[in-house]
Design a protein around this ligand. Structure first.
Ligand code: C2E
Ligand code: MG
Ligand code: MG
Length: 407
């Protein structure tokens, strides 16, 4: 049994630890406040592209702290400290003002972009938020408020949904700004938010995009979100588009707007116009986006993309040393992307059943061959496994031939 004295010591210890944490937080807060005063905070801009035309139609403003000794500090390292404080609102207002000022400056250079800013839940619900944003907009009368977008974190505890919904409506009706639900799909109540909040745009969270080429579940969610957005008449943009293949898959699924490292990382405002003047359309995306395809052709192109992705990932692994091999693609034919594709189409009437059965058979053969190679590789017979690679490529050629027959 602990004595009274030991409890007291324990309590005091706890108290000092708590005090220490509080003091550190206060110290950080005043450092960040000082950074705001010293003009050490800045906004970077990440381009948003219409993949059908490759037009850069907008940019997202993302805060950075350029520390005099530590260099660039990303938002995840200082925004959590100001979470729930007055400083969060102060910095939020600064971001809004700065972004509108930037829009005005770009307009003077003939650059018209939709600029989005991230608005925290506390900032959105702070007293006189709409009035303050209105004043910032009024300072730059050349800026059309329709080109300003507020990104609201879908996953954040939005608080009183009715109140948030009202603020959003007033922002749209009185100020004319538009609203995007950020990181869509990560919240507990995405569907409720979709129903109650009159957003104009949905930003699909990057976690779904990152894995959609390999994970059929993520792709199914993505496909569902795009369909849902379509039914609600909302614009949908994908964030975290890291490769051309991601872009192509999105195009084929019906999402035409994208933001991500494959287009550009966030860039300082001063470098943005230079980047814009050098921007070159991605040839694969533009070819894919421009081509008119029937529903059938579109689905076939999607199958080819996911089959190629699987083949590439498997072959690369087989050719690397075991310690360097990345994770293997889904090895069971019913669970991989193509397996899901076949299952889905079997329930539909679009393709002839006989052709689908032939495709399914060739697909199973690809998996059987790959599984045999993987077994050898895992048993240490690496060279022998690699020698079997042409057999796998042949099986994939047969799969492609079966796919052609589906057209
Ligand atoms: P977010 O609003 O979802 O912004 C997208 C984040 O993903 C940015 O990180 C961006 O740099 C990063 N990103 C973009 N494309 C890719 C990609 O292809 N791959 C990967 N792995 N990442 C990509 P960043 O700038 O570090 O910002 C992180 C988060 O901090 C933002 O997420 C946003 O929630 C918050 N944030 C940033 N600036 C502000 C701000 O001014 N105000 C508020 N309230 N929050 C902000
Ligand atoms: Mg955002
Ligand atoms: Mg986001």
């Amino acid at each position: 049994m602990p004595t009274k004295q030991s409890w007291r010591n324990h309590y005091q210890l706890f108290n000092t630890v708590e005090n220490q944490e509080l003091m550190t937080k206060h110290h950080h807060l005043s450092e960040i406040e000082q950074a705001l005063i010293n003009n050490e905070l800045t906004l970077y801009y990440q381009p948003k592209v219409n993949m059908l035309t490759e037009e850069v139609f907008g940019a997202e403003a993302l805060i950075r702290w350029i520390h005099p000794t530590k260099g660039l500090i990303p938002p995840v390292e200082f925004l959590p400290t100001i979470d729930g404080t007055e400083l969060e609102i102060k910095i939020g207002d600064w971001v809004a003002n700065q972004a509108i000022k930037q829009m005005d400056s770009w307009l003077k250079q003939g650059i018209k972009l939709e600029v989005s800013i991230n608005i925290s839940s506390l900032h959105l619900q702070s007293k006189n938020f709409i009035e303050r944003l209105g004043l910032s907009l009024a300072k730059y009368p050349n800026v059309n408020s329709e080109y300003l977008q507020l990104e609201i974190l879908e996953s954040s505890a939005l608080g009183d949904l009715q109140m948030v919904s009202q603020i959003i409506k007033t922002c749209q009706q009185v100020l004319g700004v538009n609203i995007a639900l950020d990181d869509f799909g990560t919240g507990y109540s995405s569907l409720t938010h979709l129903r109650s909040l009159s957003a104009n745009t949905i930003k699909i969270d990057q976690s779904f995009i990152r894995d959609m080429l390999d994970d059929p579940n993520d792709f199914t969610i993505l496909d569902g979100i795009i369909g849902l957005a379509d039914s609600f008449g909302l614009k949908v943009i994908a964030e975290g588009v890291e490769s051309t293949e991601h872009g192509l898959m999105l195009l084929m699924t019906g999402c035409h707007y994208a933001q991500g490292y494959s287009i550009s990382k966030p860039i300082p405002a001063s470098e943005f116009s230079l980047w814009l003047s050098h921007y070159q359309a991605n040839k694969s995306r533009i070819t894919c986006g421009n081509k008119k395809r029937t529903r059938k052709e579109n689905k076939i192109k999607l199958f080819r993309l996911i089959a190629n992705q699987w083949k590439k990932q498997f072959s690369e692994n087989l050719l690397s040393a075991p310690e360097k091999a990345k994770y293997w693609p889904l090895m069971r034919s019913s669970q991989c992307h193509c397996g899901y594709w076949i299952k889905r189409e079997m329930q539909d009437e679009l393709f002839a059943k006989d052709n689908l059965l032939k495709l399914s058979k060739e697909h199973d053969i690809c998996h059987d061959v790959a599984l045999a190679l993987l077994k050898r590789y895992s048993a240490g017979e690496i060279e022998l496994a690699r020698e079997g690679l042409p057999q796998l490529l042949f099986a994939f050629d047969e799969l492609d031939a079966a796919l052609e027959l589906c057209l």
